[in-house]
Design a protein around this ligand. Sequence first.
Ligand SMILES: CC(C)(COP(=O)(O)OP(=O)(O)OC[C@H]1O[C@@H](n2cnc3c(N)ncnc32)[C@H](O)[C@@H]1OP(=O)(O)O)[C@@H](O)C(=O)NCCC(=O)NCCS
Length: 359
Amino acid sequence: MTGLATRAAAGVAGWGSALPTQVVTNADLQRRLDTDDDWITTRTGIKERRIAVDGETTGPLAVRAARDALHAAGLEATDIDLVVVATCTAEVPMPSTAALVAAELGTTAGGFDLDAACAGFGYALATTASLLSTGIARRALLIGADTMSRVVDPDDRATAVLFGDGAAALVLTDPSIVNLPSAQVGERGDRSVGGRSGAATPLPGLISADLVIDGAGVDLLRIPAGGSRLPTSAATLAAGGQFIQMEGRELFRRAVREVVDSVERTLGRAGVSAADVSWFAPHQANARIVDAVVARTGIAADRTLGNGDRYGNTSAASIPLALAEAAAAGRLHDGDLILVSGFGAGLSVGTVLWRWGRS
Ligand SMILES: CC(C)(COP(=O)(O)OP(=O)(O)OC[C@H]1O[C@@H](n2cnc3c(N)ncnc32)[C@H](O)[C@@H]1OP(=O)(O)O)[C@@H](O)C(=O)NCCC(=O)NCCS
């Protein structure tokens, strides 16, 4: 698969992750909710999840993951010029979590939050790669971070068993500047720097993508209060409007269909088949959704990365957590074709075909 054109070049310089220390097992939930391990495992594949205590919420988790990734990349925070945080559970409504992360790390990098709910990582990956490939940014921290436990009603068995908290980060760089010391990264570099001239070695980065919203599913997963339509008040709190409301069965049905279609469009745009995919990193909402997508698309099950059994649905963090774990285990190699696909409230779907390559 060396002939595929890279549309938005970006190399992976480092990765990192951060998880709350508190493990909540299905047995723990069974002690306080009308549920049991068998129901949760059979319906979702989830065995345990991490739940944040104070001080482990979206901002601090994102900072920890970012520091980990910077360390792995051998870079300082001041080498970074863009911070993108995919999240739907920002640390505070304002400023952005990206601003909090940049301030904590001590960089003047630009940054913003990107909210596509559980589909956030695919959207943020496509966005970050585009900013790198146009030279608007040179070295970016791409973070997926969510603290879903704070927007889930702990007494609602239908949702409380599904979600968990976590964060993961990638340092993505313009491959043309990777071998230059920071001080020399002034103007946009020559793409042949570092021996990565396109003809011989295909550049790492985005090959194709598919970003869609199935608006017919817009009400299937929502938090009704706390925004401009219905600001938080005593009445909204009394009604539980700050918590996720979900129509699970219909969401399941639509998610499978939408993700299958999105994966097929993404592969079709690149002109590759499911058999060409080196690793598939689907959003970890439910093992049965992943199984159905794998079965229908023909992607190999043993090439599918996952962590839902250990972390539950960590929203925008689930895919980068899987990538960071696989990279740390040495499973991802330069040139591998990585397919990521996330879905979530909206119903938003974000799929990216990525050529993995260290920088
Ligand atoms: C949530 C989900 C696991 C539920 O599975 P399901 O087979 O559709 O189950 P249903 O919602 O139809 O509920 C079946 C029964 O189990 C009950 N139930 C729900 N949660 C339960 C729990 N934690 N423990 C035990 N029983 C539970 C329901 O009340 C219902 O009981 P009833 O038949 O007496 O009314 C499944 O619909 C799903 O995964 N949907 C997608 C959710 C998702 O991906 N969300 C995030 C998107 S990013």
